[in-house]
Write a protein that binds this ligand. Structure first.
Ligand SMILES: [Mg+2]
Length: 236
């Protein structure tokens, strides 16, 4: 029994910055500041954290939670508009790899993403791959990416699919994806198809670093080794 938790942006797909543009649209609609996020390095960050950068930089005076709620509502409207005019591309090897994994019932596929839940669904539906994921953990669950993994495992458990962190694999394109796996004793697979360069990903010491998922063999071999590995010691 293995669980795979996928990052979205830069790992599964890209959308020509539609998310960033929609965030800028939403911030301008709420607070009258254009291009509020242009200097914010967003890769691997959660949507609430990204919003907080704009909130702080542009000195929004209303309470954070009410400002975030208004921003979220505007973003919910802006994202589909921006996606509709963007070129959406799946990363190499997808969706074939997702099909392969879907044929293995011992493997659970879920999401671990900084996107708001509705943003994740909107992007993945636009890319045609939303149906592959049973559950997810989202930026709307917690501003801190390092606290997201237990939300995904809890949702699997609620569906009768209990997975251990030691048999959970986070796949992502940034060092933050690696860190959020490590925070809970999960495995980390880094893929250099998005936010961070291979040398930086390697420096974060993932269990496996791949230039892309175009060739699924190294990842599938890694999963097979993990499936056969002895279980975690009792009491952990
Ligand atoms: Mg990413």
């Amino acid at each position: 029994m293995l669980c795979i938790l996928w990052d979205i942006d830069g790992t599964l797909m890209s959308s020509q910055g539609a998310g960033t543009k929609a965030m800028n649209d939403a911030f301008e609609a709420c607070f009258g500041v254009a291009n509020a996020f242009d200097d914010v390095a967003m890769s691997g960050c959660t949507d609430p954290w990204i919003f907080r950068q704009g909130y702080d930089r542009h000195r929004v005076t209303e309470p954070f939670e009410t400002a975030l709620a208004r921003f979220d509502a505007e973003y919910r409207a802006a994202l589909p508009r921006r996606l509709a005019s963007a070129k959406i591309t799946l990363k190499p090897g997808l969706p074939a790899l997702l099909d392969t994994l879907a044929g293995r019932p011992e493997i659970g596929s879920g999401l671990l993403t900084g996107n708001f839940e509705h943003g994740a669904e909107t992007k993945l539906r636009a890319a045609g791959i939303w149906q592959y994921f049973e559950v997810g953990a989202y930026g709307s669950d917690d501003e801190d990416r390092n606290r997201l993994l237990p939300h995904a495992l809890r949702r699997f458990r609620e569906r009768g699919r209990p997975f251990e962190p030691a048999r959970t694999v986070v796949i992502g394109d940034t060092t933050r994806d690696v860190a959020c796996a490590r925070a809970h004793g999960a495995k980390a697979v880094a893929v250099a198809t998005g936010g961070h360069r291979m040398e930086d990903l390697r420096a974060s010491r993932p269990d496996l670093a791949l230039s892309s998922l175009a060739d699924p063999a190294p990842l599938l071999a890694f999963l097979d080794r993990l499936a056969k590995a002895p279980g975690a010691p009792a009491g952990r």
